[in-house]
Design a protein around this ligand. Structure first.
Ligand code: G16
Length: 543
């Protein structure tokens, strides 16, 4: 075996965003690009000598080639063991679970999540720390610093083993252990939800359509839903992971999971519809004729979590990202538990989960999770819903409507303007920030601004402060508009506008969110000048 030390120079722009480094696949495939970043990760986390690391990804195009490079670099940098999902596949929550279960130093998770895959699609890489969660900002800052100073990287001059066969082999001085990506995850789920109860639900004729979107969750969903829980064959569709996700965006939103949404609002709708994303950490849940907004899903799961097997002890606290609706706050208040409002990015939940301060966390971007891993977990959330449906013996629509009756309804929508000019996006946000002090008291589209700020977060456990996490505008009637730029896109800038308003009157709970929010939408546009600045007349994606 020989280790090659390859001279290199820093590559601009290798700055991790909301969730690791995400770029066009073609960028990652440039000579030395991946190698530079991996070396920066290895050095930024303090080296891997003698350490065990988990490696796996969502199977998108370039996944296997990237893993081969990563393994050769881990071996060259002295790692002791790499635990790799068979064929290079690991869902993000399964990777998080493996890191924790095997007490690994951390893991390299290859995914661009809900972004499209393929040669012309997107690719991504993130480092997860020993708790199983995405590296905190202190670590990603250190990684980025290394990318700007790198002069060489180390790589083993030997081919990495094929990833198809379970078992151990050697790569230089490192053991490569190929594991079943699904088995440990299934075992974990059995401790959290009542498999017997859910099996009986399916046996009684309950119908589910789970769209795996040709992404990583297919094998997990097949094994659990159709295997262990006895749902009929065909319950899981698009179950075979494909390198380009069949040419689709593996994003379970109304635009990219349109077929599922159409089915659920048709006469043929099953009792439940569900989907997850490219790497299996996101989820969407629909009932017959109704879709559950991710913000509501967090609130309903929190309010009902005591019904489920793994959380029978009840609710300790809830965390949500700032742009997520305040539906969860109402549950926390009624239950007398703490509510934490964090910046966007799952990494901000890690400390709260480690400290045992929250039972459940969630985000408007279709993510929900708990302390069972340190990532959001799509299939887990769907199983939790199934366990609650089985325990309560009620359909999704009834559970949701009763929730609104008890807590009121937070009408919510997110409008995304994708691929706008970066300078235009930056200027829009900068001008909003400049105008903050002058907004209170002014009226836009009939709504008077009560308060406006730029969200900053102080982590209650380590006191670290994160600033400029989104502009919040609160109106006198309680409605809210939030503006921020996405940190996961790979082309231009994506402006996200999050809009919500509260309605306590149950006779007004059955309206279209877009209608109920029309004044907030108009006020947000008037405040930020979105149409005028971007030239767009409508958002690209509405969730
Ligand atoms: C990632 C993060 C989430 C975040 C989402 C969207 O999810 O883990 O916390 O909400 O991106 O972020 P942004 O609004 O900056 O694009 P995923 O599923 O893409 O890994």
């Amino acid at each position: 075996m020989s280790v090659a030390t390859v001279s290199t120079a820093p590559i601009a722009g290798q700055k991790p965003g909301t969730s690791g480094l995400r770029k066009k696949t073609a960028v990652f495939r440039q000579p030395g690009y991946l190698e530079n970043y991996v070396q920066a990760v290895i050095e930024g986390v303090g080296g891997v000598e003698g350490r065990t690391l988990v490696v796996g990804g969502d199977g998108r195009f370039f996944n296997d080639q990237a893993i081969a490079i990563i393994l050769r670099m881990l071996a060259a940098n002295g790692a002791e063991r790499a635990i790799v999902g068979q064929n290079g596949m690991l869902s993000t929550p399964a990777a998080s679970n493996l890191i924790r279960k095997r007490k690994a130093f951390g893991g390299l998770v290859l995914s661009a999540s809900h972004n499209p895959g393929g040669e012309d699609g997107d690719f991504g890489l993130k480092f997860n720390i020993a708790n199983g969660g995405p590296a905190p900002e202190s670590t990603t800052d250190a990684i980025f610093a290394r990318t700007t100073a790198l002069t060489e990287y180390r790589i083993l001059d030997e081919n990495a083993p094929a990833l198809g066969t379970l078992g151990e082999s050697r790569l230089g001085g490192m053991i490569v252990e190929i594991v079943d990506p699904v088995a440990d995850y299934v075992t974990l789920m059995q401790t959290l939800v009542d498999f017997d109860r859910i099996s009986k639900l399916f046996a009684s004729g309950f119908t589910l359509r789970f769209d795996a979107m040709h992404a990583v969750t297919g094998p997990y969903a097949k094994a659990i839903l159709e295997g262990a829980l006895g749902a009929p064959a065909g319950t899981v569709i698009n179950a075979t992971p494909l390198p380009d996700f069949g040419g689709h965006h593996p994003d379970p939103n109304p635009v990219h999971a349109a077929e599922l949404f159409r089915l659920m609002f048709s006469a043929e709708a099953p009792d439940m519809g569900a989907a997850s994303d490219g790497d299996g950490d996101r989820n969407i849940v629909l009932g017959r004729g109704i879709s559950v907004s991710p913000s509501d899903s967090l609130a309903v799961l929190a309010a009902n979590i005591h019904h489920t097997k793994g959380y029978a002890g009840g609710l300790k606290g809830i965390a949500r990202s700032m742009p997520t609706s305040r539906a969860a706050d109402r549950v926390a208040e009624k239950r007398g538990v703490e509510l934490f409002e964090t910046p966007t990015g799952w990494k901000f939940f890690g400390n709260l989960l480690d400290a045992g301060r929250v039972t459940i966390c969630g985000e408007e971007s279709a993510g929900t999770g708990s302390a069972h891993v340190r990532e959001k977990d799509g299939l887990w959330a769907i199983l939790l819903w199934l366990d609650i449906i089985a325990a309560r013996g009620e359909p999704i629509a009834a559970i949701l409507k009763e929730h609104w009756k008890t807590y009121g309804r937070d009408y919510y929508t997110r409008h995304d303007y994708e691929g706008i000019d970066i300078a235009t996006g930056d200027r829009l946000m900068a001008d909003l920030r400049t105008s903050l002090a002058s907004l209170p008291g002014k009226t836009f589209a009939g709504l008077t601004v009560k308060a406006a700020d730029d969200f900053a977060y102080q982590d209650p456990t380590d006191q670290s402060v994160t600033r400029q996490q989104g502009v919040r505008v609160l109106f006198a009637n309680g409605a809210r508009a939030v503006f921020r730029l996405s940190g996961t896109g790979t082309e231009g800038a994506t402006l996200r506008v999050y809009l919500e308003t509260f309605e306590s009157d149950p006779s007004r709970h059955d309206h279209d969110p877009q209608e109920m929010l029309s004044d907030v939408i108009a006020a947000a546009d008037a405040i930020a000048g979105i149409r005028e600045r971007t030239g767009r007349t409508a958002p690209d994606v509405i969730t």
